[in-house]
Design a protein around this ligand. Structure first.
Ligand SMILES: [Fe+2]
Length: 373
């Protein structure tokens, strides 16, 4: 089944009966066609749920402003609501865009959507990162369990940014050279890139989304402390904020089969559809992965400027996403005063010297992680 597996529970499909004829016919056909073979990896799914549930119970003990929670009302809307809202928001009148949007939303409603599974290594690392007493040995055990990740950790320790006088060949030495903070981020990045950010056809588009996600996550991690967010929480949320886009690109394969389209639709078209639907899809996926309501909410609106009552996590993700766009567009040669002002507007006050120091670190980490793939 490749990188994705299904993990939906069967639900009552009576809601589908209320749809208008055009959406109903797609839903009916999707339900009848058994082109998406179910291949639920229950063991992996259950162990992920267990780990993430323990994270959530930890997070629920932290202080969250009641006013912010009142503002958050995450739910997956009905097909009609989603299609209506997406079509009213989108500037495109292209009927093909609408057709693909309808197809994807109906796949979700009829529980046939193919969703990525959060890799086991990633869930273990996330869980461990909330344990302040966890030491190098525990991280080393997780890394050793996956030879691909272990090799990449060694490679990173020998990359120009981390390189010492001698090449490292022993994992424990590599881990201490990178340091725990960098290590957590690296292992999460490797496992998520290798298991989720892949596509047989839209390689360039997926690679661009990956670069943007990785840079956003490093930015979120480095600025998290300034806005009272745990760096790991900021990092993980930012790393996954665009995961809905990956699902859109993967749905195209089934969309082609369904409508008997030969060849692949061009990536500009898929990108346009993705732009209009991916925030809702990312939130839907993080909800399925049992992430906290604050993380789901931050992802659900990551392109929308935060309001005064927005959570700090939402502010952090929004600004990290924006800064990542600017830095990638300008190859890191941006006018820093604009970025410093932008941070200030979002509640983070830094001198130019402090900002430059952080940016240098982010750039070093970004380029070294990029170099090992
Ligand atoms: Fe996005």
């Amino acid at each position: 089944m490749g990188f994705f597996s299904f993990f939906f529970k069967k639900k009552d499909n009576s809601a589908l009966e209320k749809k208008d004829n055009s959406t109903k016919s797609i839903s009916d056909k999707i339900n009848k066609d058994n082109f998406l073979e179910k291949n639920s990896n229950d063991n992996e799914k259950n162990s992920n749920y267990k780990i993430l549930n323990s994270i959530n119970s930890f997070q629920n003990t932290t202080n969250i402003d009641d006013n912010i929670l009142k503002e958050i009302n995450y739910k997956w809307e009905s097909t009609e609501e989603i299609i209506d809202s997406i079509i009213s928001e989108t500037t495109s009148n292209n009927q093909n865009d609408v057709k693909l949007i309808e197809y994807i939303v109906n796949l979700i409603d009829s529980e046939k959507i193919e969703l990525p599974i959060l890799p086991v290594v990633a869930t273990k690392i996330i869980a461990l990162s909330y344990n302040t007493k966890a030491d190098f040995n525990e991280y080393q055990q997780i890394i050793q369990s996956d030879p691909v990740i272990a090799l990449k950790v060694l490679k990173l320790a020998n990359s120009p940014y981390y390189k010492g006088l001698k090449d490292v060949t022993v994992l424990s030495v590599a881990i201490s050279r990178i340091g725990l903070d960098g290590l957590r981020e690296l292992v999460l990045a490797i496992s998520i890139k290798s298991k989720i950010f892949q596509h047989t056809f839209y390689k360039e588009a997926i690679s661009n989304i990956w670069k943007h996600s990785l840079l956003s996550s490093l930015i979120a991690s480095r600025f998290a402390n300034y806005i009272n967010i745990q760096p790991t929480e900021g990092y993980t949320t930012a790393l996954l904020h665009d995961v809905g886009q990956i699902v859109v690109y993967h749905s195209v394969q089934e969309y082609r089969k369904f409508y008997k389209i030969s060849g692949w639709p061009d990536s500009t078209f898929v990108g346009r559809v993705s732009a209009s639907i991916h925030m809702k899809l990312s939130a839907f996926i993080l909800n399925n992965w049992n992430f906290s309501i604050l993380q789901i909410d931050a992802v659900r609106v990551h392109h929308i400027p935060p309001a005064p009552l927005s959570s700090n996590l939402q502010k952090l993700i929004f600004l990290s996403v924006q800064i990542a766009y600017i830095l990638l567009k300008n190859s890191f040669d941006s006018d820093n005063s604009i970025l410093i002002n932008f941070l200030e507007k979002n509640g983070i006050n830094l001198s130019e010297e402090e900002f430059n120091k952080i940016l240098l670190k982010i750039r070093g980490e970004f380029e070294s992680i990029e170099s090992i793939f």
